[in-house]
Design a binder for this molecule. Structure first.
Ligand code: ZN
Length: 253
């Protein structure tokens, strides 16, 4: 018995810093059997000496991420190539603006820019979520399609992306009920619409992200109308490296 996995204390990811703290050790007295396999450009690859399970430990040595067997090909591709933002597309990404983390710090480890992207091999996709990050794409988010930033030839605004002023306000929305963090908006034709949590894209019935507006003063908060959270289906996640200064791409920075 050795790592959080073989000791049954961790499923997908765990807070390694806490597990190794005095309080964590008291709750989960783990025998430490993880050793370093190799250093990566961010963080390091560890493996359990007992069961062989591989893990990614982030650069700040805080979070430990389980590497499932079916995630290893993506992990290997991520680990072997630099994925910096190309100079040619940086101004376009800055104009679109990255979605800030919410009031509670959810998703603060990602710089997300919803856009349309053109791949070097193949055409445009209108649901491209560029994600600059220091961790591999293994975090258990529900994206079916994952690509890398060095596959991208060009970007442009997407009709399905939520406008930057709406995303800026949504980032400041409070959780008023458990799991319910609403932003009350409307469609361009005046219908009530509610976004729940961080929403980068809207492709919902006949509503596109660009149709979403902040509600003016006096709009009824009746909760009527359509509600959506992020719908992962159809979104292509495009992973790039979060280099120093990239946080300036965030709206409000
Ligand atoms: Zn183990």
């Amino acid at each position: 018995m050795g790592c959080p996995k073989c000791q049954g204390e961790c499923v997908e990811q765990c807070n390694w810093k806490w597990l190794r703290s005095p309080a964590g050790r008291k709750h989960f007295p783990l025998k430490l059997t993880l050793s370093q396999r190799r250093k990566l450009r961010f963080g390091r690859l560890l493996a359990c000496d007992d069961c062989g399970q591989e893990w990614f430990l982030d650069e700040s040595r805080t979070m430990l991420y389980l590497l499932e067997k079916d995630q290893l090909p993506l992990f290997e591709r991520w680990s072997r190539r630099a994925l910096r933002v190309p100079a040619a597309i940086r101004p376009k990404l800055a104009a679109i603006g990255a979605t800030p983390p919410d009031l509670y710090g959810n998703d603060k480890e990602f710089i997300w820019i919803p856009c349309a992207a053109k791949f070097k091999k193949g055409g445009w996709t209108d649901l491209a979520l560029i994600s600059l990050q220091k961790i591999p794409p293994v975090s258990g988010l529900n994206y079916k399609k994952t690509r890398f930033l060095d596959e991208v030839a060009d970007v442009r605004p997407s009709a399905y992306a939520v406008p930057r002023d709406v995303r800026a306000v949504a980032a400041k929305s409070e959780e008023i009920l458990n799991g319910y963090q609403p932003t009350f908006v409307s469609t361009s034709d005046g219908k009530a619409f509610t976004l729940v949590g961080t929403v980068n894209f809207v492709k919902y019935r006949n509503v596109k992200g660009r149709d979403i507006r902040l509600r003016g003063e006096g709009f009824s908060r009746s909760g009527q109308g359509m509600t959506t959270g992020e719908r992962y289906v159809g979104i292509t996640l495009i992973v790039g490296d979060w280099m120093k200064g990239d946080e300036k791409l965030r709206i409000g920075k």
